[in-house]
Design a binder for this molecule. Structure first.
Ligand code: PMV
Length: 325
């Protein structure tokens, strides 16, 4: 019997990944850049045990769907084939935030699973190797292996070596307010949303052509600690991704009325009250507000009073994945 536990933090993309250039190897078609968050995490224990007849999985105390289980077993199989461990595994995983609702649970989930499974199987993998392993299951998980600001380049077809890399930036005290709009589960997975966008949206090619420009603007802004530049490019990347998805057939629409209300509020307060705050949204209804630490308490108080906002998690740059006792 071999067991290990790990903790990985979720990340939110400031420059979005949307679309794959190689489905088999799960390689992104555009570069992305994210911030790993201290306040949102997954803790996972993997125990390979030769008496188990099959892999058994528990996510937040519940049995996962067949689709979720299959993705987890695929990662376990990769670890088994690299390590020579033949035993089936017991996997238990908990998130401290709502799961599968566009809140980056697959990012922290697969990053934690990769680290715990590799350690339990006695594989000696560095963070780059773990990032590659996590990437095969979820490209955003490749970024959650590292702390702080992290980039993931676009892939090239057939090249399995792609991993995320942390940005060489000194500490930058920005705040991400995660505004929870609705904690129900999302109806369209990000993989399904991307596929549908790629095959049916008339704006997909334009998204792929333009996304690297916003990525560069976000990257330069992070390196220069220029929040205005990062925020502006982040909103452009976000809206282009959602516009592309919205024009898929059938439409991929993740927003709720409150999503738009929060965005409108942030935008008008930026103009009226000089708030240093910008919005981003992923494959779910929640809004993540990137703001200066000086501005964060005012934004938090104001958004908390808004009808339809369930809760807000105020969070900062978080650490890399690690094995825990
Ligand atoms: O890694 P996935 O398959 O969960 O896709 C993540 C997609 C977005 O969250 C919408 C964007 C991103 O870059 O994280």
């Amino acid at each position: 019997m071999k067991a290990a536990s790990s903790k990985a933090h979720a990340n939110i993309a400031l420059a979005k990944y949307w679309g794959k250039c190689d489905e088999q190897l799960n390689l992104p078609v555009v570069p992305s850049l994210s911030l790993t968050l201290d306040g949102l995490w997954t803790e996972t224990t993997v125990c390979f045990d030769s008496i188990l007849p099959a892999d058994t999985i528990e996510l937040n105390g519940q049995i996962p769907s067949d689709r979720e289980a299959a993705r987890i077993i695929q990662l376990l199989d990769r670890v088994r084939s690299r390590s020579g461990v033949a035993a089936r595994a017991q996997v238990t995983s908990t998130n401290n935030f709502p799961t599968a609702s566009g809140l980056a649970s697959s990012a922290s989930g697969f990053a934690a699973l990769a680290a715990a499974a590799a350690r339990a199987a006695d594989l000696d993998l560095n963070l780059e190797d773990l990032s590659r392993l996590a990437r095969r299951s979820s490209a955003s998980a490749a970024r959650s292996i590292f702390g702080g600001f992290v980039e993931l380049a676009a892939g090239s077809v057939g090249d399995d070596s792609l991993c995320a890399r942390p940005l060489p930036t000194t500490t930058w005290d920005v705040v991400m307010l995660v505004v929870i709009i609705d904690d129900g589960r999302k109806t369209i997975s990000s993989t399904e949303g991307m596929m549908r966008s790629a095959t049916t949206s008339p704006y997909y090619d334009e998204w792929v052509r333009k996304a690297p420009t916003w990525f560069e603007q976000v990257r330069d802004g992070v390196l220069a600690h220029n929040l205005e530049q990062v925020g502006h490019a982040m909103e452009l990347s976000t809206f282009a991704m959602h516009a592309c998805a919205l024009c898929a057939d059938p439409a991929v629409l993740y927003w709720k009325p409150t999503t738009l209300r929060v965005f409108e509020h942030i935008r008008s307060q930026r103009e009226r009250a000089d708030w240093k705050a910008w919005c981003t949204m992923d494959a779910g209804p929640h809004v993540k507000v990137l703001c200066s630490s000086a501005c964060a308490p005012t934004v938090l108080e104001s958004l908390s009073a808004m009808p339809g906002v369930k809760s807000i998690i105020a969070t900062h740059a978080g650490p890399p994945v690690r094995v825990v006792p």
